[in-house]
Design a protein around this ligand. Structure first.
Ligand code: ZN
Ligand code: ZN
Length: 402
Protein backbone atom coordinates (compact mmCIF):
# COMPACT_ATOMS: atom_id res chain seq x y z
CA UNK A 1 0.00 0.00 0.00
CA UNK A 2 1.65 3.16 -1.22
CA UNK A 3 2.29 5.77 1.45
CA UNK A 4 0.71 3.48 4.06
CA UNK A 5 2.42 4.86 7.17
CA UNK A 6 0.98 7.91 8.91
CA UNK A 7 1.00 9.92 12.13
CA UNK A 8 -1.60 10.27 14.89
CA UNK A 9 -4.81 11.92 13.68
CA UNK A 10 -6.74 13.99 16.23
CA UNK A 11 -10.20 13.03 14.96
CA UNK A 12 -9.18 9.36 15.32
CA UNK A 13 -8.34 9.86 18.99
CA UNK A 14 -4.63 9.92 18.23
CA UNK A 15 -4.63 6.78 16.12
CA UNK A 16 -3.28 6.65 12.58
CA UNK A 17 -5.65 5.94 9.65
CA UNK A 18 -4.39 2.34 9.58
CA UNK A 19 -4.82 1.87 13.34
CA UNK A 20 -8.29 3.42 13.27
CA UNK A 21 -9.48 1.41 10.27
CA UNK A 22 -11.43 -1.80 10.82
CA UNK A 23 -9.09 -4.38 9.27
CA UNK A 24 -9.98 -7.91 10.43
CA UNK A 25 -7.97 -9.62 7.68
CA UNK A 26 -4.79 -7.62 8.16
CA UNK A 27 -5.16 -8.14 11.90
CA UNK A 28 -5.37 -11.86 11.31
CA UNK A 29 -2.12 -11.79 9.34
CA UNK A 30 -0.59 -9.71 12.15
CA UNK A 31 -1.78 -12.29 14.67
CA UNK A 32 -0.48 -15.30 12.70
CA UNK A 33 2.70 -13.59 11.54
CA UNK A 34 5.74 -11.59 12.54
CA UNK A 35 5.53 -7.81 12.88
CA UNK A 36 8.00 -4.98 12.70
CA UNK A 37 8.78 -1.52 11.45
CA UNK A 38 10.45 -1.02 8.12
CA UNK A 39 12.87 1.80 7.30
CA UNK A 40 12.55 1.36 3.58
CA UNK A 41 15.82 3.05 2.57
CA UNK A 42 17.36 3.85 5.94
CA UNK A 43 16.31 5.63 9.14
CA UNK A 44 15.74 9.33 8.56
CA UNK A 45 15.67 9.05 4.77
CA UNK A 46 12.40 10.11 3.10
CA UNK A 47 11.89 7.83 0.11
CA UNK A 48 10.27 8.60 -3.20
CA UNK A 49 8.05 5.80 -4.48
CA UNK A 50 10.63 4.82 -7.09
CA UNK A 51 13.67 4.66 -4.81
CA UNK A 52 11.55 2.94 -2.15
CA UNK A 53 10.50 0.14 -4.46
CA UNK A 54 14.06 -0.39 -5.67
CA UNK A 55 15.12 -0.77 -2.05
CA UNK A 56 12.31 -3.23 -1.25
CA UNK A 57 13.38 -5.40 -4.17
CA UNK A 58 17.00 -5.36 -3.08
CA UNK A 59 18.34 -2.96 -5.73
CA UNK A 60 20.27 -0.27 -3.84
CA UNK A 61 18.72 3.04 -5.01
CA UNK A 62 21.98 4.86 -4.31
CA UNK A 63 23.61 2.66 -6.92
CA UNK A 64 20.84 2.31 -9.48
CA UNK A 65 18.51 5.30 -9.30
CA UNK A 66 18.99 7.86 -12.06
CA UNK A 67 15.67 9.74 -11.97
CA UNK A 68 11.99 9.00 -12.34
CA UNK A 69 11.80 9.32 -16.13
CA UNK A 70 13.03 5.81 -17.02
CA UNK A 71 10.46 4.15 -14.72
CA UNK A 72 7.56 6.23 -16.02
CA UNK A 73 8.61 5.49 -19.60
CA UNK A 74 8.90 1.75 -18.96
CA UNK A 75 5.60 1.86 -17.06
CA UNK A 76 3.58 3.06 -20.03
CA UNK A 77 5.06 0.31 -22.13
CA UNK A 78 7.95 2.03 -23.89
CA UNK A 79 10.76 -0.36 -24.73
CA UNK A 80 13.51 1.54 -22.98
CA UNK A 81 17.12 0.60 -23.55
CA UNK A 82 20.08 0.94 -21.23
CA UNK A 83 21.62 4.34 -22.08
CA UNK A 84 18.42 6.02 -23.30
CA UNK A 85 17.61 9.34 -21.64
CA UNK A 86 14.01 9.28 -20.44
CA UNK A 87 11.84 12.16 -19.24
CA UNK A 88 8.41 12.67 -17.75
CA UNK A 89 6.38 14.91 -20.01
CA UNK A 90 3.10 16.83 -19.79
CA UNK A 91 0.99 18.07 -22.64
CA UNK A 92 0.39 21.68 -21.59
CA UNK A 93 -1.24 24.86 -22.87
CA UNK A 94 0.78 27.95 -23.77
CA UNK A 95 -0.71 31.26 -24.96
CA UNK A 96 0.45 33.72 -27.65
CA UNK A 97 2.67 35.52 -25.12
CA UNK A 98 4.49 32.25 -24.39
CA UNK A 99 2.94 31.96 -20.94
CA UNK A 100 1.97 28.51 -19.63
CA UNK A 101 -1.72 28.85 -18.81
CA UNK A 102 -2.45 25.18 -18.07
CA UNK A 103 0.29 22.71 -17.11
CA UNK A 104 -2.02 19.80 -17.94
CA UNK A 105 -3.87 21.05 -21.02
CA UNK A 106 -7.20 20.75 -19.20
CA UNK A 107 -6.29 17.15 -18.25
CA UNK A 108 -6.82 16.24 -21.89
CA UNK A 109 -8.60 12.87 -22.15
CA UNK A 110 -8.47 11.98 -25.84
CA UNK A 111 -6.30 12.75 -28.84
CA UNK A 112 -2.86 12.49 -27.25
CA UNK A 113 -2.10 9.33 -29.26
CA UNK A 114 -2.72 11.32 -32.42
CA UNK A 115 -0.61 14.21 -31.15
CA UNK A 116 2.27 11.89 -30.26
CA UNK A 117 2.16 10.45 -33.78
CA UNK A 118 3.26 13.85 -35.08
CA UNK A 119 6.74 13.01 -33.79
CA UNK A 120 7.05 9.59 -35.35
CA UNK A 121 10.47 9.06 -36.92
CA UNK A 122 11.67 12.46 -35.75
CA UNK A 123 15.43 12.81 -35.44
CA UNK A 124 17.37 15.85 -34.26
CA UNK A 125 21.15 15.95 -34.54
CA UNK A 126 21.20 12.18 -35.08
CA UNK A 127 19.13 11.62 -31.91
CA UNK A 128 15.93 9.61 -32.17
CA UNK A 129 12.89 11.20 -30.50
CA UNK A 130 10.29 8.83 -29.04
CA UNK A 131 7.16 10.24 -27.38
CA UNK A 132 4.50 7.97 -25.94
CA UNK A 133 1.34 9.23 -24.24
CA UNK A 134 0.25 7.86 -20.88
CA UNK A 135 -2.99 8.65 -19.06
CA UNK A 136 -4.58 12.08 -19.53
CA UNK A 137 -1.94 14.80 -20.09
CA UNK A 138 0.99 12.55 -19.19
CA UNK A 139 3.54 11.21 -21.62
CA UNK A 140 7.05 9.85 -21.63
CA UNK A 141 9.84 11.09 -23.83
CA UNK A 142 12.96 9.20 -24.78
CA UNK A 143 16.08 10.50 -26.48
CA UNK A 144 18.08 7.67 -28.03
CA UNK A 145 21.50 8.00 -29.58
CA UNK A 146 25.17 8.72 -28.98
CA UNK A 147 26.62 11.42 -26.76
CA UNK A 148 23.66 12.16 -24.48
CA UNK A 149 23.47 12.92 -20.75
CA UNK A 150 20.79 13.15 -18.08
CA UNK A 151 22.55 16.17 -16.56
CA UNK A 152 20.06 18.58 -18.06
CA UNK A 153 17.51 20.91 -16.47
CA UNK A 154 13.77 20.93 -17.12
CA UNK A 155 11.56 23.45 -18.91
CA UNK A 156 8.64 23.03 -16.49
CA UNK A 157 8.19 26.17 -14.33
CA UNK A 158 5.85 24.04 -12.08
CA UNK A 159 3.43 26.98 -11.82
CA UNK A 160 1.05 28.50 -14.30
CA UNK A 161 1.31 32.13 -15.44
CA UNK A 162 5.02 31.86 -16.19
CA UNK A 163 7.10 31.25 -19.30
CA UNK A 164 8.65 27.82 -19.70
CA UNK A 165 12.25 27.62 -18.54
CA UNK A 166 15.16 27.08 -20.89
CA UNK A 167 17.00 23.78 -20.89
CA UNK A 168 20.46 24.10 -19.34
CA UNK A 169 23.28 21.59 -19.14
CA UNK A 170 23.91 20.79 -15.46
CA UNK A 171 27.58 20.02 -15.94
CA UNK A 172 30.36 21.04 -18.33
CA UNK A 173 30.24 17.92 -20.48
CA UNK A 174 29.62 18.17 -24.23
CA UNK A 175 26.98 15.43 -23.71
CA UNK A 176 24.90 17.63 -21.39
CA UNK A 177 25.23 20.56 -23.79
CA UNK A 178 24.13 18.42 -26.71
CA UNK A 179 21.15 17.07 -24.77
CA UNK A 180 20.02 20.58 -23.83
CA UNK A 181 20.38 21.65 -27.47
CA UNK A 182 18.35 18.70 -28.77
CA UNK A 183 15.59 19.33 -26.21
CA UNK A 184 15.44 23.03 -27.07
CA UNK A 185 15.07 22.27 -30.78
CA UNK A 186 12.55 19.53 -30.11
CA UNK A 187 10.31 21.70 -27.94
CA UNK A 188 10.31 24.46 -30.57
CA UNK A 189 9.39 22.03 -33.33
CA UNK A 190 6.80 20.40 -31.13
CA UNK A 191 5.10 23.71 -30.40
CA UNK A 192 4.64 24.38 -34.11
CA UNK A 193 3.44 20.86 -34.89
CA UNK A 194 1.06 20.73 -31.94
CA UNK A 195 -0.39 24.21 -32.56
CA UNK A 196 -1.39 23.19 -36.09
CA UNK A 197 -2.77 19.76 -35.16
CA UNK A 198 -6.40 18.94 -35.92
CA UNK A 199 -6.91 17.67 -32.37
CA UNK A 200 -6.06 21.10 -31.00
CA UNK A 201 -8.15 23.01 -33.53
CA UNK A 202 -11.09 20.87 -32.43
CA UNK A 203 -10.31 21.51 -28.79
CA UNK A 204 -10.15 25.27 -29.32
CA UNK A 205 -13.45 25.29 -31.20
CA UNK A 206 -15.00 23.51 -28.18
CA UNK A 207 -13.48 26.08 -25.81
CA UNK A 208 -10.98 23.55 -24.40
CA UNK A 209 -7.34 24.45 -23.76
CA UNK A 210 -5.20 23.12 -26.63
CA UNK A 211 -2.38 20.67 -25.86
CA UNK A 212 0.08 22.86 -27.74
CA UNK A 213 3.21 22.58 -25.61
CA UNK A 214 5.39 19.96 -23.92
CA UNK A 215 6.72 20.36 -20.39
CA UNK A 216 9.66 18.03 -19.89
CA UNK A 217 11.23 17.04 -16.57
CA UNK A 218 12.74 14.20 -14.54
CA UNK A 219 15.66 13.35 -16.85
CA UNK A 220 17.16 9.96 -16.13
CA UNK A 221 19.55 7.70 -17.98
CA UNK A 222 17.94 4.28 -18.23
CA UNK A 223 19.88 2.21 -15.69
CA UNK A 224 20.88 -1.41 -16.03
CA UNK A 225 19.07 -2.89 -13.04
CA UNK A 226 19.71 -6.31 -11.58
CA UNK A 227 17.22 -8.89 -12.83
CA UNK A 228 14.91 -9.65 -9.91
CA UNK A 229 13.99 -13.12 -11.18
CA UNK A 230 17.61 -14.16 -11.70
CA UNK A 231 18.73 -12.58 -8.45
CA UNK A 232 16.23 -14.56 -6.38
CA UNK A 233 15.45 -17.48 -8.74
CA UNK A 234 11.76 -16.57 -8.63
CA UNK A 235 9.36 -16.28 -11.53
CA UNK A 236 7.78 -12.94 -10.73
CA UNK A 237 4.62 -11.05 -11.66
CA UNK A 238 3.84 -7.39 -11.05
CA UNK A 239 0.19 -6.49 -10.39
CA UNK A 240 -0.12 -2.70 -10.38
CA UNK A 241 -2.16 0.05 -11.97
CA UNK A 242 0.19 3.01 -11.59
CA UNK A 243 2.70 3.50 -14.40
CA UNK A 244 5.66 4.10 -12.12
CA UNK A 245 5.22 0.71 -10.40
CA UNK A 246 4.81 -1.19 -13.63
CA UNK A 247 7.93 0.59 -14.81
CA UNK A 248 9.94 -0.46 -11.76
CA UNK A 249 8.69 -4.01 -12.27
CA UNK A 250 9.49 -4.03 -15.98
CA UNK A 251 13.01 -2.64 -15.51
CA UNK A 252 13.66 -5.28 -12.84
CA UNK A 253 12.56 -7.97 -15.31
CA UNK A 254 9.17 -8.85 -13.77
CA UNK A 255 6.21 -9.98 -15.88
CA UNK A 256 3.63 -7.19 -15.96
CA UNK A 257 -0.03 -8.15 -15.53
CA UNK A 258 -2.08 -5.57 -17.46
CA UNK A 259 -5.71 -4.91 -16.60
CA UNK A 260 -7.44 -1.57 -17.34
CA UNK A 261 -9.64 -2.03 -14.25
CA UNK A 262 -6.54 -1.36 -12.15
CA UNK A 263 -6.21 2.39 -12.56
CA UNK A 264 -3.66 3.26 -9.92
CA UNK A 265 -6.14 5.79 -8.49
CA UNK A 266 -8.54 5.94 -5.57
CA UNK A 267 -11.45 4.53 -7.61
CA UNK A 268 -9.47 1.53 -8.86
CA UNK A 269 -11.14 -1.88 -8.87
CA UNK A 270 -9.51 -3.52 -5.85
CA UNK A 271 -11.17 -6.87 -6.47
CA UNK A 272 -9.49 -6.87 -9.90
CA UNK A 273 -6.12 -6.14 -8.31
CA UNK A 274 -6.28 -8.87 -5.70
CA UNK A 275 -8.11 -11.29 -7.99
CA UNK A 276 -5.27 -10.88 -10.49
CA UNK A 277 -2.74 -11.40 -7.71
CA UNK A 278 -4.42 -14.64 -6.68
CA UNK A 279 -4.55 -15.81 -10.29
CA UNK A 280 -0.89 -14.89 -10.81
CA UNK A 281 0.13 -17.03 -7.84
CA UNK A 282 -0.86 -20.08 -9.90
CA UNK A 283 1.87 -19.33 -12.44
CA UNK A 284 4.45 -17.31 -10.56
CA UNK A 285 6.54 -17.85 -7.45
CA UNK A 286 6.45 -14.23 -6.36
CA UNK A 287 3.70 -11.67 -6.95
CA UNK A 288 4.28 -7.99 -6.25
CA UNK A 289 0.88 -6.36 -5.72
CA UNK A 290 0.66 -2.58 -5.50
CA UNK A 291 -2.19 -0.26 -4.53
CA UNK A 292 -1.66 3.46 -4.96
CA UNK A 293 -4.80 5.08 -3.50
CA UNK A 294 -3.55 5.20 0.10
CA UNK A 295 -0.85 7.63 -1.02
CA UNK A 296 -3.28 9.75 -3.05
CA UNK A 297 -5.56 10.30 -0.04
CA UNK A 298 -2.49 11.18 2.03
CA UNK A 299 -1.28 13.79 -0.45
CA UNK A 300 -4.77 15.28 -0.37
CA UNK A 301 -4.62 15.45 3.45
CA UNK A 302 -7.68 13.19 3.76
CA UNK A 303 -7.26 10.75 6.69
CA UNK A 304 -10.90 9.60 6.52
CA UNK A 305 -10.55 8.75 2.82
CA UNK A 306 -7.32 6.91 3.55
CA UNK A 307 -8.83 4.99 6.46
CA UNK A 308 -11.86 3.90 4.39
CA UNK A 309 -9.65 2.91 1.46
CA UNK A 310 -7.54 0.73 3.79
CA UNK A 311 -10.77 -0.95 4.93
CA UNK A 312 -11.66 -1.66 1.29
CA UNK A 313 -8.25 -3.22 0.70
CA UNK A 314 -8.64 -5.31 3.83
CA UNK A 315 -11.86 -6.85 2.48
CA UNK A 316 -9.93 -8.18 -0.53
CA UNK A 317 -7.21 -9.91 1.48
CA UNK A 318 -9.34 -12.86 2.64
CA UNK A 319 -8.16 -14.75 -0.46
CA UNK A 320 -4.68 -15.10 0.99
CA UNK A 321 -5.55 -16.13 4.54
CA UNK A 322 -4.01 -19.50 5.44
CA UNK A 323 -7.52 -20.99 5.83
CA UNK A 324 -8.33 -20.08 2.19
CA UNK A 325 -4.96 -20.67 0.56
CA UNK A 326 -3.77 -24.24 0.75
CA UNK A 327 -0.20 -24.04 -0.53
CA UNK A 328 2.77 -22.61 1.34
CA UNK A 329 2.47 -18.87 0.98
CA UNK A 330 4.49 -16.09 2.53
CA UNK A 331 2.44 -12.91 2.76
CA UNK A 332 4.25 -9.62 3.28
CA UNK A 333 2.10 -6.57 3.93
CA UNK A 334 3.71 -3.16 4.09
CA UNK A 335 4.08 0.25 2.45
CA UNK A 336 6.83 1.86 0.41
CA UNK A 337 7.02 4.85 2.79
CA UNK A 338 4.87 6.89 5.13
CA UNK A 339 2.81 9.76 3.78
CA UNK A 340 1.27 11.44 6.84
CA UNK A 341 -1.99 13.18 5.93
CA UNK A 342 -0.81 16.12 8.06
CA UNK A 343 2.33 16.46 5.86
CA UNK A 344 0.51 15.88 2.57
CA UNK A 345 3.87 14.47 1.51
CA UNK A 346 6.21 11.58 2.20
CA UNK A 347 8.10 11.34 5.46
CA UNK A 348 10.95 9.28 6.84
CA UNK A 349 8.71 7.60 9.46
CA UNK A 350 9.08 3.82 9.19
CA UNK A 351 6.16 1.74 7.89
CA UNK A 352 4.55 -1.23 9.63
CA UNK A 353 5.36 -4.65 8.21
CA UNK A 354 3.85 -8.11 8.53
CA UNK A 355 5.59 -11.23 7.30
CA UNK A 356 3.31 -14.23 7.69
CA UNK A 357 4.22 -17.76 6.70
CA UNK A 358 2.89 -21.22 7.61
CA UNK A 359 5.45 -21.90 10.34
CA UNK A 360 6.95 -18.54 11.23
CA UNK A 361 7.85 -17.53 14.78
CA UNK A 362 4.58 -15.90 15.79
CA UNK A 363 4.83 -12.86 18.05
CA UNK A 364 2.25 -11.31 20.36
CA UNK A 365 1.03 -8.60 17.98
CA UNK A 366 -2.65 -8.99 17.05
CA UNK A 367 -3.37 -5.80 15.10
CA UNK A 368 -1.80 -4.17 12.07
CA UNK A 369 -0.64 -0.64 12.77
CA UNK A 370 2.35 1.60 13.29
CA UNK A 371 2.34 1.54 17.09
CA UNK A 372 1.52 -2.19 17.33
CA UNK A 373 4.13 -3.30 14.81
CA UNK A 374 7.00 -2.05 16.93
CA UNK A 375 6.07 -4.66 19.58
CA UNK A 376 6.68 -7.43 17.06
CA UNK A 377 9.63 -9.78 16.78
CA UNK A 378 10.97 -8.33 13.53
CA UNK A 379 11.93 -5.10 15.30
CA UNK A 380 13.33 -2.44 13.01
CA UNK A 381 14.39 -3.57 9.55
CA UNK A 382 15.65 -1.99 6.36
CA UNK A 383 13.77 -2.45 3.11
CA UNK A 384 16.60 -4.48 1.62
CA UNK A 385 16.20 -7.14 4.33
CA UNK A 386 12.70 -8.33 3.54
CA UNK A 387 13.34 -10.51 0.49
CA UNK A 388 15.90 -12.57 2.39
CA UNK A 389 13.57 -12.95 5.37
CA UNK A 390 10.69 -14.05 3.14
CA UNK A 391 12.87 -16.58 1.32
CA UNK A 392 14.13 -17.93 4.63
CA UNK A 393 10.55 -18.63 5.65
CA UNK A 394 10.35 -21.15 2.82
CA UNK A 395 13.91 -22.41 3.31
CA UNK A 396 14.95 -20.96 -0.03
CA UNK A 397 18.13 -19.17 1.03
CA UNK A 398 21.64 -20.47 0.52
CA UNK A 399 23.93 -20.89 3.45
CA UNK A 400 26.62 -18.21 3.80
CA UNK A 401 29.72 -20.23 4.62
CA UNK A 402 30.06 -23.94 5.34
ZN1 ZN B 1 4.99 5.60 -2.80
ZN1 ZN C 1 3.39 9.96 -2.82
Amino acid sequence: MDGLGDRPVEEFGGKTPLEYANTPNMDKFATLGMNGLLHVISPGVTPGSDTAHLALFGADPYEYYTGRGPFEAAGIGLEVKHGDIAFRTNFATINNQDIIIDRRAGRIKTGTEELANLFQDMEIDGIKIILKPGTEHRAALILRGEGLSDMVSENDPHVEGKEPQEFHPLDDSPEAQKTARVLTTFVMKAKTLLSNAEVNKDRESQGLPPANYLLIRGAGKVPKLPNFEKEYCLETACVAGGGLYKGVGRLLGMHIIEDPRMTGGTTTDLSATFGNALEALKNYDFVFTHVKGTDNFSHDGDPVGKMKFIEKIDKELYRFLPENFKQDLVVMITGDHSTPCSFKDHSADPVPLIICSPDCRVDKVTKFGESYAVEGNLGHLLGKHIMGIALNELRLVHKFGA
